[in-house]
Design a protein around this ligand. Structure first.
Ligand code: PMP
Length: 392
């Protein structure tokens, strides 16, 4: 590559122009571009050079029942969980996936009986992650079917409950809500990291899903992992990935391993690193700042409201704080019925509560975009917030 082009590319990415006042700001997706600044600061520490002879074979570790799992990636995952203390890894099987999106489908495949007369019911308490119903019903599977809000579920049938904690979209800390006997739980812990929420306990659920997308910000690498207690379930999940994509990109696993290892290095070899390079501390501060900006904008008037989160002690950082989620779950007050439409009129794109099994009084807003975009969003929201009687 031409180094000049590379330099230009990096500049384009990092010095994203401040959006002009008449431009739309898109905070609909949870694209984690906020993280670019940190990784740029780390320079070459995460650079990985791969030659043409590498990643030729389909196989990574034929002794492991997840035969496409790169041992270096498995080590890095274990090392990171041990450092943070957010999940147990001892006696768990690791399954790697193309994002946790693939693992979520692998888990449904593994947990739904293949010979049942009716498809397995899948539920999650509203407001739930908007992709769940789309993914579950997209192929109209005979194995499973989306049954909506878990709190309205008739618990006599067998079911799988998806427990997302902290939750997307509203950041709440959750436990299963259905207390039927035939239930299986899948815990989506994409946001159980110390930049978003206090690590108050070491999770040890049967199936836990994680993703680099929301941990390190590398959504484009497309790597997630599952920690699975039961060997047979892990084997079946592996089978699903074998059938659907014959494994998971080795290059991506190697890059993800390198990135996770650098995070652990900054904590384990503090003598070699500046304090500002401690990953979770750096991004915790950025999230805290963005939440302060947002709460201050919302408090300028009565147009909008936000939830409050209970303060807890984080066993990782030792600090006490309330959840500072990757998304805001903003409510439009007064006469504004359709919050998404109202914000869109003011050139702020968000996702309506209706996608999450909730009301159009709410929208979900990403807090993890580029700083320039976020600052302009805050400026616009402050103006709307202090208006006396906003009309749709
Ligand atoms: N689960 C939740 C709760 C999420 O918010 C997301 C990302 N928006 C995912 C899973 C999917 O992550 P991935 O990029 O790893 O597929």
């Amino acid at each position: 590559t031409n180094p000049k082009n590379e330099v230009r590319l990096v500049k384009d990415v990092l010095h994203k122009a401040k959006p002009a006042t008449d431009q739309y700001i898109n905070l609909d997706h949870g694209d984690p571009t906020m993280y670019e600044v940190y990784w740029k600061q780390m320079g070459d520490k995460t650079t990985l050079v791969l030659s043409g002879w590498q990643s030729i074979s389909y196989f990574s570790d034929t002794k492991n029942h997840c035969w496409f799992l790169e041992p270096g990636f498995a080590n890095a995952v274990t090392r990171l969980h041990n450092l943070v203390g957010n999940a147990q890894t001892r006696n768990y099987h690791i399954v790697v996936g193309t994002g946790s999106t693939q693992l979520f489908q692998a888990a449904l495949y593994a947990l739904s009986p293949s010979n049942a007369p009716e498809p397995m019911s899948i539920v999650s308490a509203a407001p739930f992650y908007s992709s769940y119903p789309l993914i579950i019903d997209c192929l109209k599977s005979g194995l499973y079917k989306w049954k909506g809000d878990a709190s309205k579920f008739n618990k006599d049938d067998p079911y799988i409950e998806l427990v997302t904690s902290p939750n997307n979209p509203d950041g709440s800390i959750r436990q299963a809500v259905v207390n039927g006997s035939g239930g299986i739980l899948v815990h989506d812990l994409a946001y159980y990291w110390p930049q978003y929420t206090p690590i108050s306990f070491q999770a040890n659920h049967d199936i836990m899903l994680f993703t680099v997308s929301k941990c390190t910000g590398h959504a484009g690498i497309r790597i997630g992992w599952a920690l699975v207690k039961d060997k047979e379930v892990a084997k079946k999940m592996t089978k699903f990935i074998e059938i659907s994509s014959i494994g998971v990109s080795k290059d991506s696993q190697l890059r993800a391993a390198k990135i996770l290892d650098v995070i652990a290095d900054t904590y384990e070899h503090t003598e070699k690193f500046d304090k500002s390079t401690l990953f979770f501390h750096y991004v915790y501060n950025e999230m805290a700042k963005r939440w302060r900006q947002l709460r201050s904008a919302v408090s300028k008037g009565q147009t909008f409201s936000l939830l409050d989160f209970p303060v807890e002690k984080c066993n990782f950082s030792g600090q006490r704080f309330g959840t500072q989620p990757a998304f805001a779950w903003l409510k439009c007050e007064k006469s504004i019925d359709d919050c998404e439409k109202f914000l869109k009129k003011h050139k702020i794109l968000t996702r309506s509560g209706t996608h999450f099994g909730s009301s159009e009084k709410y929208v979900r807003i990403s807090l993890i975009s580029h700083k320039e975009e976020y600052d302009e969003f805050i400026r616009r929201l402050s103006l709307l917030s202090s208006m006396n009687s906003p009309h749709e």
